[in-house]
Design a protein around this ligand. Structure first.
Ligand code: GDP
Length: 433
């Protein structure tokens, strides 16, 4: 069968703005959930007096399935548009959402920002503590250049064009500060609940001439697929499957993996051989960047490796960092960030504590020029070059070599403190037996 190109989509936005509902509607509209399955869900929802939640339910059920790790397929919830097979990275849920967002953003080819038009909800999301703001900042700093903005819950505001224009203008203003050109980003007025402008143009909003959501998804540029780089795959999960053995699940960042290849997982330095590769119900002879795969490996046990480790070829193992030099932007901190500060480093699928050991320079956020050498500390809104020391072994790579392994966020107190890109690495020597 002819395969459509894969696209990994992160769904971001403030809690309760309608992410689950929208994803549910997309899955139903594109046939991922069939009519019969949907009818059953609708019946259940009705019995519980929760008709309005039926689309969110679709998403919740799939998320539960994925979390239970029942099948490899459950890891890859996705839907087809005319052009793409789109995988939703980390189905939106309420638990650990920002953490998932960081993992999601580091793997995403594009992001769909869901913003509620309901009076008060939009304002909270874009406000100083809001997740609309936080997620947009993360998307920009983590390097996601392709965005779609869904202005949701238009039914609540009577499909009012003025409200749509106001939201578009305010988000556009913030996007400009982050280096996006809002005139090149689609803003789609939608009702995730009623289905307006998702698959078909809504007659409730004749004033809107732009694309439907499905059309906007199809207009996303296919991401570059660096097949000529060394193979890297951050591990999302590890399973033992009866009859198969150890299956390692993740998304290939760079390079090509073939059946029979000799691989190594770092930092644990475990070596194995690829027995088979599977994606979306299909066996593959080889897999390439962007593919979400389950890899059956011989020689590696389930307990040898974990989420956050990275697989590479034995001939070119992933880099374990002793120290990192990074450029970062400080999103939020109540006081100041200086040497000794130890937040949690989130990079690809890994999380480890990391200490700031030196602030090398403070930069002008617009030009990137150094404005101060070796400042004592940096504050909210500053951009700086810092030296970081991971307090546990972790694989990272330079952003310029492996973007997906070189962008990170720092979190503390349940919030995102900063995000940035890795410029240099002092590697740690790890013996591979
Ligand atoms: P999430 O937290 O972003 O995943 O948001 P949910 O999808 O769980 O939705 C939060 C609430 O908003 C639920 O009560 C939904 O029924 C409701 N909701 C979502 N989309 C719409 C919409 O387009 N119109 C209306 N009226 N309500 C919506």
């Amino acid at each position: 069968a002819l395969q459509k190109p894969h696209l990994n989509l992160a769904v971001i936005g403030h809690v309760d703005h309608g992410k689950s509902t929208l994803v549910g509607h997309l899955l139903v509209a594109t046939g991922y959930v069939d009519e019969k399955g949907f009818k059953e869900l609708e019946e259940q929802a009705k019995k519980m007096g929760k008709e309005d939640f039926v689309y969110a339910w679709v998403t919740d059920r799939l998320r539960e399935e994925r979390e239970r790790g029942v099948t490899i397929e459950a890891m890859h919830v996705g839907f087809e548009t005319p052009k793409y097979f789109i995988t939703i990275i980390d189905l939106p849920g309420h638990r650990d959402f920002v953490k998932n967002m960081i993992v999601g953003a580091s793997q995403a080819d594009a992001a769909m920002l869901v913003v509620s038009a309901r009076p008060g909800e939009f304002e909270t999301g874009i406000g100083p503590q809001g997740q609309t703001r936080e997620h947009l900042f993360l998307a920009a700093t983590l390097g996601i250049r392709q965005l779609i903005v869904v202005v949701n819950k238009m039914d609540v505001v009577n499909y009012d064009q003025k409200r749509y224009e106001q939201i578009k203008a305010e988000i556009g203003k913030f996007m400009k500060l982050l280096g996006y050109d809002p005139s090149k980003i689609p803003f789609i007025p939608v009702s995730a609940l009623k289905g307006d402008n998702i698959k078909e143009k809504s007659s409730n909003m004749p004033w809107y001439n732009g694309p439907t959501l499905i059309e906007a998804l199809d207009a996303i540029q296919p991401p570059p697929r660096p097949t000529d780089k060394p193979f890297r795959m951050p591990i999302q999960d590890v399973y033992t499957i009866t009859g198969a053995g150890t299956v390692v699940v993740g998304r290939i960042e760079t390079g090509v993996l073939k059946v029979g290849d000799r691989v190594v997982v770092m930092p644990p330095a475990k070596v194995g051989d690829v027995r088979s590769i599977e994606t979306h119900h299909m066996k593959l002879e080889q897999a390439q960047p962007g593919d979400n795969v389950g890899i059956n490996v011989r020689g590696i046990e389930k307990d040898d490796v974990k989420r956050g480790d990275v697989m590479g070829h034995l001939a070119n193992p992933p880099t374990v960092a002793e120290e990192i030099v990074a450029r970062l932007a400080v999103l939020w901190h109540p006081t100041a960030v200086g040497p000794g500060y130890t937040p949690v480093l989130h990079v690809h699928t890994a999380t480890v504590p990391a200490q700031i050991i030196e602030i090398i320079a403070r930069l002008d956020p617009r030009t990137g020029q150094t404005v101060e050498q070796k400042p004592q500390f940096v504050k909210q809104g500053d951009v700086a070059v810092v030296r970081l020391k991971p307090l546990k072994d972790v694989v990272v790579e330079k952003y310029s070599d492996f973007p997906g392994l070189g962008r990170f966020a720092l979190r503390d107190m349940g919030r995102t403190i900063a995000a940035g890109q890795i410029i240099e690495i002092k590697p740690k020597k790890v013996e591979i037996k």
